[in-house]
Design a protein around this ligand. Sequence first.
Ligand SMILES: C[S@@+](CC[C@H](N)C(=O)[O-])C[C@H]1O[C@@H](n2cnc3c(N)ncnc32)[C@H](O)[C@@H]1O
Length: 340
Amino acid sequence: MSTGQYKDKIVLGDGLRILKKLEADSVDLVITSPPYFQQRDYGNGLLGIGNEETEQEYLDNLLAIFFECVRVTKPTGTIVYNVGDKYIQGGLRLLPYRFAAKVIESEKVFLVNDIKWMKLNPTPRQDKRKLIQSTEPFFIFTKSKQYYFDLSSYLKHLDVLNRSRNSKPSNKLGKKYFELIDKSDLSEDEKNKAKKKLKAAIQSVFAGEISSFRMKIRGIHKLAYGGQAGGRNNQIINNGFTIIKIRGDKLKRDVIESPVEITKDNKHPAVYPLYIVQELIKLLSQAGAIVLDPFVGSGTTCLAARNLGRHYIGIDINPEYVELANNRLKGSNYQHELFL
Ligand SMILES: C[S@@+](CC[C@H](N)C(=O)[O-])C[C@H]1O[C@@H](n2cnc3c(N)ncnc32)[C@H](O)[C@@H]1O
């Protein structure tokens, strides 16, 4: 069977076995959340992932499925894994990060983001000597640097927020930088050039081309430190200043807030938020794309994909969940599932 034959279907079976049947480079996006280690009974007996005796076996099984996902993903595609951690004998095991570290060591993919899901309604703990665990990572891995990424479609409501905050730039915009340029030990020529560029940046804000900017001036501001500092530091050293333009996406950080999904009418014990999946699908795929979830559970990924005009392929080892996912897809309509 080829990938096309699985399109828009929830398939019953072991993820690894089914993935092997899909063609290489045929899926645009994988979004999934594998079972926790020895945490929940998904009704799979000893068959499913998560029931292993050791953490190493669990990680090996996760990795085997992950690398099949890599194989079936297009070079422009993305693989998103949401992995939960576990306390064993009172200590966290860092399973998500041990998984991610192994993936990175393989050098088959790039980890472009480690998004933190901030749970707005985390499970309260009885243990008075630990804080409530309220975050989980969503790792975004890509096969190449040419991955599809549509930032403008992600968390669009934040753009509206940004626009309203920036609708009337202050008349004092940039004033402090003019003063700092005058105070600096830049040459007259450098000062003139810095002021000219500063005026242009202010005009760009008033024209709505950028939402804001920061300026760094030699001798006044510290040089940047770390990752992408090189180019900026050269500008500061050689020209005396640099201007960092801030587009309308300044609130789009690697954090996403959402409550744990309320499981009314959904018997699956570990449903992840439709809201997060929906935003990631908008960020990482175009209409018509194929979105795959090899641990589909109650079908959240497929529902979000279908609602957004993408194709889906879901796999689960438990027949009850395959039925649940199919019923959820049949019974839902866009408004109900996305906004309730
Ligand atoms: C954390 S749940 C996924 C829940 C899903 N994200 C949702 O929103 O409903 C993990 C699922 O993986 C399934 N599973 C476990 N081992 C599997 C395997 N080897 N192949 C396919 N599915 C498996 C379980 O039955 C369970 O439904």
